[in-house]
Design a protein. Structure first.
Length: 337
């Protein structure tokens, strides 16, 4: 008889897709209930944070944490789960690497508040008020979580045991995680700490188009909407930037089979220090009609400038964990000692 495990699912800075993805396993969700009791999953059931706070250290077996850490409340949640969970899994690209919310690190809190509360055409804020953590009203004191200057991946604030990447994780990889929980319930066995629940190889290794990849130069960059891509040909051969060589496999090529290039949501393979920098370096050396020596400065600039939104292209899901993970501009974003 399996030792039923206690699991929790927490939603931090994320779109909600990860929370919902757990339901993508359809009726197999009932097999989870056979091996585990869900103690906390606010998006699906009526649980309160207080339900977790009353539990003692180490009293939860497995915590699934989705979303990046952007506010003081999300940091408290991460610390709360870390203290109470024997195993903490970063669930989805935002928890693993910062994800789409992590792109906010191209600005800082002041810059974000400036746009959101002062500059957008729909903003009506004649008194120029920014969100405050404490606000006194006739009825008493109202508090809000602090909005941090920086977005963090989960392992930048607490220790993480396992990583389940994807935006969101695919059904097959979620079932891998369920099988890990089942094995834990039956035998108490767990994979080595730090295991990424995905392929150990790059996405290209599982891509049906890889045999057409020659490594030829890209004369110009085509954005996906500018051409109708040949579904049998590697995107790079067609001048469309694809993050497949720099991204961990395991998604089954979801985007490729929809004739869209990979954007990197499974994050880097184990040996890759910084997928964005690797991609930037690799693409930089093949973009343009000839090598650097064959190009004039304006031609070189035109080739480089044909890459629109370089941060969003190379670091769409990984900016907070990148080597270069913040921008510095106009004296803002000063590194705090
Ligand atoms: S670069 Fe993209 S399209 Fe080409 S083989 Fe790799 S994953 Fe497939
Ligand atoms: S193809 Fe790339 S972006 Fe699309 S699901 Fe797979 S890893 Fe994520």
């Amino acid at each position: 008889m399996a030792d039923k495990k206690k699991i929790v699912m927490n939603w931090a800075s994320a779109c909600g897709g990860c929370d919902v993805s757990l339901l993508d396993i359809e009726e197999k969700i009932f097999s989870v209930l056979d091996i585990a009791d869900i103690l906390y999953w606010p998006v699906a059931m009526d649980f309160k944070r207080q339900d977790v706070l009353t539990l003692g250290p180490g009293s939860i077996d497995i915590g699934l944490f989705n979303g990046a850490v952007r506010t003081s409340e999300q940091l408290e949640d991460a610390l709360m789960l870390r203290e109470r969970c024997k195993v903490l899994i970063a669930y989805g690209a935002c928890a693993c690497f910062g994800g789409i919310p992590g792109l906010a690190n191209v600005s800082d809190r002041a810059g974000i508040f400036e746009v959101a509360y002062h500059e957008t055409p729909s903003t009506v804020n004649p008194e120029g008020v920014n969100p405050q953590t404490v606000c006194r009203v006739p009825e008493g004191e109202v508090t809000l979580p602090e909005f941090f200057d920086t977005v963090y991946a989960l392992n930048q604030v607490v220790r993480v045991d396992y990583y389940l990447p994807g935006c969101p994780p695919t059904e097959e990889r979620i079932l891998d995680a369920v099988n890990i929980i089942a094995a834990y319930a039956h035998s108490g066995e767990l994979p080595p700490p730090g295991t990424v629940i995905a392929s150990q190889k790059a996405l290209c290794d599982e891509c049906s188009r890889v045999s057409t990849r020659t490594g030829a130069r890209i004369a110009r960059i085509n954005r996906p909407h500018e051409i109708i891509a040949d579904p049998g040909l590697c995107f790079l051969e067609q001048g469309v930037l694809c993050m497949g060589p720099f991204t961990r496999g395991g998604c089954g090529g979801t985007c490729i089979s929809a004739n869209m290039p990979c954007r990197g949501c499974f994050g880097p393979t184990e040996k890759m220090l910084d997928p964005g920098a690797e991609a930037l370096s690799a693409f930089g050396s093949i973009v343009g009609p000839g090598g650097e020596d064959a190009l004039t400065i304006p031609e070189m600039k035109a080739a480089v400038n044909s890459i629109k939104d370089p941060v969003g292209t190379f670091y769409r899901f990984t900016l907070p964990t990148a080597i270069i993970n913040r921008t510095l501009k106009d004296g803002r974003n000063k590194v705090k000692k």
